[in-house]
Design a protein. Structure first.
Length: 347
């Protein structure tokens, strides 16, 4: 891995989980797909994750045939900005070992820096060693970004002992903690300290329901302080410019070791409320992806909120919830920034 990329990863950066731009016919909309990447780059992100949950796991199906084209569009756009040695490029990796290693090879050969390894395919596997051997096989191809995905969106429960084994794998370089569960979040962080890898493995929040609290909390185990240094989040796929500004403000507060302002805690609650509407918490997150796409549609970045799976749509009442947070939290939106640049990004 490029030394500068690794330094940035460990320092902690802002990584949005890249959505999928589709036409009404549910075909890849290449102009808008690249337009989204340009939006993220010009918003000031430090990385981009493609082929992940927000990009729709269906693209990993060979019959859909979109995994390689979608990854390629993101890389091409990053190269247009001449930022391939600065922006961290993360590719989602799914499936059993044969599929996962093949996807790792595709991502590596394109120039991706790490693979976000989804273990959801092993939902019924009770032997942790099977998952560990799977991870080792992928790590021989591409550096691994661990991923604790909540069961409600396709993940599985993973024990503290599993994570202790996982973090002993040399080419595991980071982990996205996204169980939406404080107990399990602590399990992951404690396991890093337990295995002595706290200087090697960068911890990123994927807890879209608790972003700011994750970022401002110093965790202490065995008299060692460890922090969640950045985020890899679907929530950061919309209103991105404002979110980057908030992230940079938090990083500055931590750097200066300043007291946490009351306003930051109030902001934390506001962001969680926004996430509840967009991610469709009222319906066990079933409208999460169309919710993100709906926000992007309203700003003009996407043509519609469509998903590859036509059964995945906004849930009953979700539109009204999105209307509410649109009005309530106008200060979190970046509509003017998008409006000013939209024609430049999508052409």
């Amino acid at each position: 891995m490029n030394k500068k990329i690794l330094e940035n990863l460990r320092k902690g950066v802002f990584i949005p989980a890249h959505p999928l731009a589709l036409t009404k016919e549910r075909k890849l909309d290449e102009k808008r797909q690249k337009g989204l990447t340009k939006y993220y780059i010009e918003s000031g992100v430090g990385g981009i994750a493609v082929g992940v949950h927000t990009t729709q796991f269906e693209i990993h199906n060979p019959k859909v045939g979109l995994y390689k084209p979608v990854l390629q569009l993101a890389i091409e756009t990053i190269k247009e900005y001449k930022l391939e040695d600065e922006i961290i490029k993360v590719a989602g990796i799914c499936g059993k070992t044969e599929q996962a290693t093949k996807e790792g090879e595709i991502a590596r050969d394109m120039g991706y820096d790490a693979g976000l390894l989804n273990l959801g395919t092993f939902t019924d596997e009770k032997d942790d060693d099977i998952l560990i051997e799977h991870t080792k096989e992928v790590s021989r191809i591409i550096p691994v970004f661990g991923f604790y995905l909540q069961p409600a969106t396709g993940g599985r429960e993973l024990s503290f002992s599993f994570w202790c084994k996982f973090f002993q794998i040399d080419n595991v370089i980071a982990v996205k903690v996204a169980p939406f569960d404080r107990y399990r979040t602590i399990d992951v962080i404690r396991a890093i300290v337990e295995t002595g890898r706290e200087k090697d493995i960068a911890v990123y929040t994927g807890n879209d329901d608790n972003i700011i609290i994750d970022l401002i909390t110093p965790f202490k185990f065995n008299n060692k302080i460890i922090r969640i240094v950045g985020g890899l989040l679907g929530h950061w796929a919309f209103w991105t410019k404002k979110s980057v500004d908030i992230f940079n403000e938090i990083k500055e507060i931590i750097k200066e070791n300043s007291p946490i302002p009351q306003e930051i805690l109030t902001l934390s609650a506001a962001i969680t409320d926004v996430n509840s509407a967009v991610f469709d918490a009222n319906n066990k997150f079933s409208g999460c992806i169309p919710g993100i796409n709906e926000i992007l549609r309203r700003s003009g970045l996407l043509e519609g909120n469509w998903c590859i799976n036509q059964d995945i749509t906004l849930s009953p009442g979700q539109k009204e919830e999105i209307d509410r947070i649109f009005s309530e939290y106008s200060y979190l939106r970046d509509d003017e920034f998008v409006k000013k640049n939209l024609n430049k990004w999508i052409k």
